[in-house]
Design a protein around this ligand. Structure first.
Ligand SMILES: N[C@@H](CCC(=O)N[C@@H](CS)C(=O)NCC(=O)O)C(=O)O
Length: 226
């Protein structure tokens, strides 16, 4: 596509897409300049379809004229392309494999169970809530100090870093608690720490914007199920 065949780094994303943050945070941690190109998932552009013809989803990284989809694959690419500190993945092979394992756990267990809570009502929601709280309790085991990455933000923090903000607004809409001091004490502390990280704060949308977005998502998903 015209204009994409240079060495610039471009990110097709959206400020309300939690997966886009993963890429933004990684680029910011590495100090890589990039152009953010806003895409609308409800009205997909020719550009998005051209750069992600298989999945047709955000985010997409464009570098050296080549496009790459899937947020955590992009995060690995960034770490391997800009090898300077901070390294996003651990250097030890076992620790690296475990970081991938926990990032997968976030995407395959935590996120779907939180979406189930969000899209259900009544007894179904109670069941979904139990499951989601259990997954978030399990995630706590992966913490290695202040962050999942130890003393600094790492791969798993990048994978899960949007959850605190999203969960806070979800709890407000549904009037329930997914994470609290008593059930997940370590995760509760991490929830407070991660949203204080400047690059994390810099990318998040305003609370009102997220509230409106999630309310409309809730209406659509509940309607689709019933
Ligand atoms: N596994 C993908 C998920 C990406 C994803 O679901 N992106 C959403 C925006 S948050 C999207 O583009 N949705 C459009 C669609 O599903 O058609 C990743 O990590 O990048």
């Amino acid at each position: 596509m015209a204009g994409d065949d240079d060495q610039a780094v471009k990110l097709l994303g959206n400020k309300l897409s939690p997966y886009s943050y993963r890429v933004e945070w990684s680029l910011k941690l590495k100090g890589v300049d990039y152009e953010f190109i806003k895409e609308d998932v409800f009205n997909k552009s020719e550009r998005l379809l051209h750069h992600n013809p298989v999945l047709k989803k955000l985010p997409v990284l464009i570098h050296n004229g080549k496009s790459l989809p899937e947020s955590m694959i992009i995060v690995e690419y960034i770490d391997e392309t800009w090898k300077h500190q901070p390294r996003l993945l651990p250097q030890d092979p076992y620790e690296r494999a475990m970081a991938r394992f926990w990032a997968k756990f976030v995407d395959e267990k935590c996120v779907p169970s939180i979406i189930s809570v969000f899209s259900s009502v009544g007894e179904d929601q109670e069941e979904a809530l139990k499951d989601a709280k259990e997954n978030l309790k399990t995630l706590e085991k992966a913490l290695k100090g202040k962050f999942f990455g130890g003393e600094a933000m790492g791969f798993v923090d990048i994978a899960a870093g949007w959850l605190p903000y999203w969960i806070g607004v979800t709890e407000e809409i549904l009037n329930l608690k997914l994470v609290d001091q008593e059930s997940q004490p370590l995760l509760s502390v991490w929830f407070e720490e991660i949203v204080q990280v400047q690059i994390v704060k810099d990318c998040l949308p305003s609370r009102d914007e997220l509230l409106a977005h999630l309310k409309s998502f809730r209406e659509r998903t509940v309607a689709a199920k019933n």
